[in-house]
Design a protein around this ligand. Structure first.
Ligand code: ADP
Ligand code: ZN
Length: 630
């Protein structure tokens, strides 16, 4: 999810704040008196000089103050301990007050010449306190602005905004170990070396080995990337610095860069250490993106690159960064010597989910009837964070219902609320969906296996993938290949269409899951027809020209409209033929398809070897001399 929605209303507060402060200041200058009175007495009332004289002679006055221009007083009738209403009247010019003061003295009135009106208190208020308030307000404002930009704390003042310490989160000892991270064995394996290096950098420098500077953890949110990074720090017993890329986005120009500098400086001081940058795509987005530049992000990114290049990894600072969108990262970040290691943190498969549930129920009292395997089975597509949440919800439910242990029902009910009922639904498949996806993926793989006569895939999985694919079939990494024959491309087409063919053959349905396959197949078929001269009907004529030889794939048609129509028809015919071919393979091997699909349904992830074991067993069952196809 993009994280920009929290910055709405940007720029609104400072304006309002400034206005409020300006108004306060203005009021203070003009009418300190008024404010003084409003703040420090219950109210005031102007009276006539007559009224004042009457009050004196009636002995109604408790306390009076006489200035050069005014007389103000409080009445005795007010409750004890309260000042009450302040009465005031203007002094008559050139009238002697001796008689009045004498009467007041006789009556025991407390009176003084301390000026109430233009005296030091209002002076103090208008000229000292208010300006002070003004500056306090200003500071507060700056602090708020600094915070909004992710700034550090304190009344740092103008000068320190740019220098404020990064909102870096530092843990001396994370206390997290690999034991807390369930599954993710491949990721852990790749990280072991980093831990070893942090333990003992000398061992590596002695040989002259170049040390890893950083690794990129790639995976969906909640798959445990932060957890893994913390575990690396925990296992190596080194401090863990973390900062999120999205923090940089809202900053003033220059702040992000200085923050990056601070971060590396701090880490270097306590090295060996781990620096973890979450959501690095927020800063590291490709600079040549079509959405226009962002100065701040570019500066931050440049600083980050400079720091990565600049620091000497031999003293043991390792940078781990996390993203779920590696494809949008700036190439510069991925260059050798930077984040050249990529560690995939996949959604957990059945076993991984089971292990995750085990980890999170370690400290939870479970009732006898709890079957975590079943919960794991029901949660295909859920990530670690979902499962942690699920367990916690179940525990809360048990408490709510006054039980002392979590029951299977608690777990199942919270599964409904945590996973099935939310937007996560998109990634958690229902049973029937799982079956379809399973057949679909095996469809691809089986067509490829039968046509290529060799192991065509390295892995098949029905665990939904980061990219949004519900399942996927990982092709064998082929040796660098620059030439493809028409026959190979035809097999490729059939393989791509094998998924849809399986849906049709087995369930008689067509699902949206094949959209990407169809897109890719169409692109390939179009190239064969318009660029590779592989269509007999069109012949060797190139109909499409690459727009730009560096931008892959973008072509424009430069031929007559009727020829373009012919080309379209050729593409369609090619696709149809290949689809029929794929369907035929699956029909011919229907029982094999069922076997493998059910096996995949159970295991969720199978290897290419598993697949070939099925295929070979099937071939051997056939009477000698008979071929499986053709
Ligand atoms: P990410 O950084 O990939 O978004 P986190 O590392 O923040 O995910 O994971 C969030 C929480 O989910 C963790 O604190 C942990 O409780 C739980 N979690 C995620 N993956 C795992 C896992 N493999 N094993 C155990 N717990 C996990
Ligand atoms: Zn497919």
């Amino acid at each position: 999810m993009p994280n920009n929605n929290k910055k709405n209303g940007k720029g609104g507060f400072p304006m309002i704040g400034l206005i409020v402060i300006a108004v306060l200041f203005f009021l203070g200058m003009l009418s300190g008196n008024l404010l003084y009175k409003t703040f420090f007495s219950a109210g005031e009332e102007e009276v006539s000089y007559n009224t004042f004289l009457t009050a004196v002679s009636d002995d109604a006055i408790r306390k009076a103050e006489i200035s050069d221009t005014q007389i103000s007083y409080f009445l005795r009738t007010e409750e004890e301990g309260k000042e009450g209403l302040l009465y005031y009247t203007n002094r008559l010019p050139d009238v002697d007050l001796t008689g009045v003061t004498r009467t007041m003295q006789k009556n025991g009135v407390e009176f003084s010449a301390a000026p109430v009106e233009d005296g030091s208190s209002s002076f103090l208020f208008g000229w000292i306190i208010l300006p002070l308030l003004f500056f306090a307000g200003l500071m507060l404002l700056m602090r708020i602005v600094a915070n909004r930009s992710g700034g550090g704390g304190g009344f740092g003042g103008i000068g320190s905004i740019g220098k404020s310490k990064a909102k870096v989160y530092m843990e001396k000892e994370t206390g997290v170990t690999f034991r807390d991270v369930a599954g993710q064995d491949e990721a852990k394996e790749s990280l072991v070396e980093i831990i070893d290096f942090l333990h003992n950098p000398k061992k590596y420098t002695a040989i002259g080995a170049k040390l890893p500077k950083g690794a990129l953890l790639v995976g969906s949110p909640g798959t445990g990337k932060t957890l893994l990074a913390k575990a690396v720090a925990g296992e190596a017993h080194v401090p863990f610095f973390s900062i999120s890329g999205s923090d940089f986005v809202e900053m003033f120009v220059g702040v992000g860069a200085s923050r990056v500098r601070d971060l590396f400086k701090e880490a270097a001081k306590v090295a060996p250490a781990i620096i973890f940058i979450d959501e690095i795509d927020a800063v590291g987005r490709s600079r040549d993106s079509k959405f226009g530049g962002n100065d701040e992000r570019e500066q931050t990114l440049n600083q980050l690159l400079a720091e990565i290049d600049g620091f000497d990894s031999s003293n043991g600072v390792v940078i781990l960064a996390a993203t779920n969108r590696p494809e949008i990262l700036d190439k510069a970040l991925l260059r050798a010597g930077r984040f050249d290691r990529r560690i995939i943190v996949d959604r957990p498969n059945l076993e991984g989910r089971y292990q995750t549930l085990l980890v999170h129920t370690r400290k939870i009292h479970l009732a006898e009837d709890v079957d975590l395997k079943k919960i794991a089975q029901a949660t295909a597509g859920a990530v670690g964070a979902d499962l942690a949440n699920l367990v916690n919800e179940a525990a809360l439910r048990a408490v709510r219902l006054g039980r002392r242990a979590v029951s299977q029902e608690d777990l199942l009910v919270s599964f409904e609320t945590v996973i099935a009922g939310t937007e996560k639904k998109g990634t958690v498949l229902t049973d029937i969906e799982k079956r379809i996806v399973s057949y679909h993926e095996v469809g691809h793989a089986l067509v490829a296996a039968m046509k290529k006569h060799s192991q065509p895939v390295s892995k098949i999985t029905i665990v939904p993938h980061t990219s949004g694919a519900l399942g996927y079939t990982m092709q064998m990494p082929e040796e660098e290949k620059f030439l493809n024959s028409k026959e190979e491309l035809l097999i490729e087409l059939q393989t791509l269409l094998g998924g849809r063919a399986a849906e049709q053959v087995v369930f008689g349905i067509q699902t949206t899951g094949a959209a990407n396959d169809i897109q890719r197949a169409t692109e390939l078929a179009r190239k064969m027809v318009t660029q590779y001269g592989m269509s007999d009907k069109i012949g060797l004529m190139a109909l499409a020209t690459a727009q730009n030889e560096y931008l892959e794939g973008k072509t424009y048609m430069d031929c007559a409209q009727t020829t373009a129509d012919d080309a379209d028809n050729e593409v369609r015919a090619l696709l149809n033929t290949c689809y029929d071919g794929a369907k035929q393979v699956l029909l011919d091997n229907r029982s094999l398809l069922d076997e493998i699909a059910l096996y995949l349904l159970e295991k969720e992830t199978i290897t290419g070897d598993d697949l070939m074991a099925f295929v070979n067993a099937d071939t051997n069952r056939l009477p000698a001399g008979e071929e499986t196809e053709d």
